[in-house]
Design a protein around this ligand. Sequence first.
Ligand SMILES: Nc1ncnc2c1ncn2[C@@H]1O[C@H](COP(=O)(O)OP(=O)(O)OP(=O)(O)O)[C@@H](O)[C@H]1O
Ligand SMILES: [Mg+2]
Length: 414
Amino acid sequence: MDKKNGKPELIGVIDIGSSKVACLIARPEVDGSLTVLGTGYQASFGIRAGSVANMDAAESAIGAAVQAAEQASGSTLRSVYVNLGGGQPNSATVEVKVATGGAAIEAPTLRRVAQQCKAALAEIAGTPLHVIPTSYTLDGSRGIKDPRGMVGSELTVQLNAVTVNGAALRNLISCVQRCHLDVSRVVLSVLASGRACLTPDEADLGATVIDMGGGTTSIGVFSEGELVFADSIPMGGIHVTNDIARGLTTPTAHAERMKILFGHAMTTTTDKHELIDVPQVGEDDVAMIAQVRRSLLTGIIQPRLEEIFEMVRARLEHSGFDKVGGRRVVLTGGASQMQGTRELAQLILDKQVRLGKPIALPGLPESQLTPAFSTAIGLLFYATSPNTEFRVIAAGEGQKGLFNRIGEWFRENV
Ligand SMILES: Nc1ncnc2c1ncn2[C@@H]1O[C@H](COP(=O)(O)OP(=O)(O)OP(=O)(O)O)[C@@H](O)[C@H]1O
Ligand SMILES: [Mg+2]
């Protein structure tokens, strides 16, 4: 609530992607729903594989997206929720046990869990971004969702600790701060995307979210409503475009257009007969337009997508969470929109794959109800109801920005 005028404080989120930056401003309604008041959308600069690679370029892209959203909504943002798609996320399962002495479990016990968890995390490389309790066991009884108020003598908590490269996190935060905005929270992209596209049943029973963006393909396994495993591959739609540009010696802008208009993830029977125009690099002359069979284009796209999905399969198998995610895969992100991508993913991952579009919100333009906006919309959901998690406040985040690498620990929603 805004203290000055008593109105609910607006929520601002920015999806800082390798291909686009999207800023959404929404108003939380009394019934808990959200109304989008303004959006700003901008081609991304200075972001490579989901991380800031050029501070000045990224700052101006973020600034332009925020300005457009502010103008559209007639408001000014002070703080925002932002995503991190790169930063080499790594998931580790941490288990901590605390003696509870038969007393009811309340905040002090959970603080002891947090302390032990902090000690366990000190052994793990990287900066913790999310530390999510995934299951509680009280005296051998498993499957407890929330142990508060329960009595027992020993509480075991399993946590998914998602760590990222500390420098990537700090660069992202500084970049946003350079746009005169405070960072309320940095959220892993795939956690946000999952919030936007998974049905409650999928999140509960087990599903894997694959967000195929421009520069990254993020993987998130969800079970019992929580993110239990996360990983990311620094490869996405931009690599497909570059392969086309190189393979057909055509400018990148044209390769991107060809990909969107004619691209297919798998060879089809019509591909062999259809011819498409390919302007050659450095040639303005119409005579220098080559014609190629559409199957040649597919022949360039397919191996790259196969490589990405094979890496996803390998990472899932190696993680030990492949089975936890069950047979359901929700494929989202801008690059998932290419025809045939769902079928190819299904074949390689040997799972049931559906395309995930974000849940519609009042005020959101139809043009933004696409898989490319899953992370941005998911950030809005995260902002209104954050995950239950143990927090490590990164330098520059929120009001506790003065803390260094590892700041204060507390449990949200205690
Ligand atoms: N219809 C389409 N067919 C194929 N590819 C598409 C289509 N529309 C968009 N893309 C591709 O989607 C990619 C951008 O997706 P998205 O907007 O999700 O990326 P991002 O969030 O900016 O990047 P990242 O999450 O990897 O940092 C681009 O490579 C673009 O070419
Ligand atoms: Mg993205």
